[in-house]
Ligand binder design. Structure first.
Ligand code: ZN
Length: 81
Protein backbone atom coordinates (compact mmCIF):
# COMPACT_ATOMS: atom_id res chain seq x y z
CA UNK A 1 0.00 0.00 0.00
CA UNK A 2 2.38 2.71 1.16
CA UNK A 3 1.47 6.28 1.80
CA UNK A 4 0.37 5.64 5.36
CA UNK A 5 2.75 6.33 8.18
CA UNK A 6 3.85 9.56 6.63
CA UNK A 7 1.67 11.59 8.94
CA UNK A 8 1.82 11.28 12.68
CA UNK A 9 -1.27 10.44 14.62
CA UNK A 10 -2.19 12.13 17.84
CA UNK A 11 -2.16 9.74 20.78
CA UNK A 12 -4.85 11.68 22.60
CA UNK A 13 -7.26 12.50 19.80
CA UNK A 14 -6.40 9.50 17.64
CA UNK A 15 -6.51 11.80 14.65
CA UNK A 16 -4.04 12.70 11.96
CA UNK A 17 -1.83 15.60 12.98
CA UNK A 18 -1.17 18.47 10.63
CA UNK A 19 1.87 20.61 11.14
CA UNK A 20 0.09 23.90 10.61
CA UNK A 21 -3.30 25.51 10.36
CA UNK A 22 -2.71 26.00 6.66
CA UNK A 23 -1.92 22.35 6.09
CA UNK A 24 -5.08 21.28 7.87
CA UNK A 25 -7.16 23.69 5.82
CA UNK A 26 -5.71 22.30 2.62
CA UNK A 27 -6.72 18.81 3.66
CA UNK A 28 -10.19 20.08 4.52
CA UNK A 29 -10.50 21.51 1.04
CA UNK A 30 -9.43 18.21 -0.46
CA UNK A 31 -12.06 16.37 1.59
CA UNK A 32 -14.78 18.74 0.42
CA UNK A 33 -14.01 17.85 -3.15
CA UNK A 34 -14.40 14.15 -2.43
CA UNK A 35 -16.15 13.71 0.93
CA UNK A 36 -17.58 10.21 0.62
CA UNK A 37 -14.52 8.11 1.62
CA UNK A 38 -13.89 10.37 4.60
CA UNK A 39 -17.52 10.33 5.69
CA UNK A 40 -17.52 6.56 5.54
CA UNK A 41 -14.27 6.28 7.48
CA UNK A 42 -15.00 8.83 10.20
CA UNK A 43 -18.78 8.78 10.32
CA UNK A 44 -18.88 12.54 9.91
CA UNK A 45 -17.86 15.25 7.53
CA UNK A 46 -15.08 17.48 8.87
CA UNK A 47 -15.83 21.17 8.56
CA UNK A 48 -13.30 22.77 10.89
CA UNK A 49 -9.74 22.61 12.06
CA UNK A 50 -8.56 23.09 15.63
CA UNK A 51 -5.25 23.26 17.41
CA UNK A 52 -4.58 20.36 19.73
CA UNK A 53 -3.15 21.14 23.13
CA UNK A 54 -1.77 17.63 23.43
CA UNK A 55 0.35 17.22 20.31
CA UNK A 56 0.51 20.91 19.36
CA UNK A 57 -0.62 19.92 15.90
CA UNK A 58 -3.85 20.59 14.10
CA UNK A 59 -6.79 18.22 13.69
CA UNK A 60 -9.95 18.15 11.64
CA UNK A 61 -13.32 18.20 13.33
CA UNK A 62 -16.80 19.39 12.61
CA UNK A 63 -18.68 22.25 14.16
CA UNK A 64 -20.92 21.62 17.13
CA UNK A 65 -20.60 17.86 17.14
CA UNK A 66 -22.56 17.25 20.33
CA UNK A 67 -25.12 19.94 19.59
CA UNK A 68 -25.80 18.44 16.21
CA UNK A 69 -26.33 14.98 17.67
CA UNK A 70 -28.69 16.28 20.35
CA UNK A 71 -30.71 18.21 17.80
CA UNK A 72 -31.03 15.16 15.61
CA UNK A 73 -32.23 13.06 18.51
CA UNK A 74 -34.89 15.58 19.47
CA UNK A 75 -36.15 15.81 15.92
CA UNK A 76 -36.24 12.03 15.69
CA UNK A 77 -38.24 11.76 18.90
CA UNK A 78 -40.78 14.26 17.65
CA UNK A 79 -41.12 12.46 14.36
CA UNK A 80 -42.16 9.30 16.16
CA UNK A 81 -45.03 10.91 18.03
ZN1 ZN B 1 -3.45 16.12 18.96
Amino acid sequence: MGGSGKRARCKKAGKVCFGSHDEALKELRRIRENPDPVKNALGYMPTQVYECGSCRGWHLTFRGATKYQRRRRRQGAKAWR
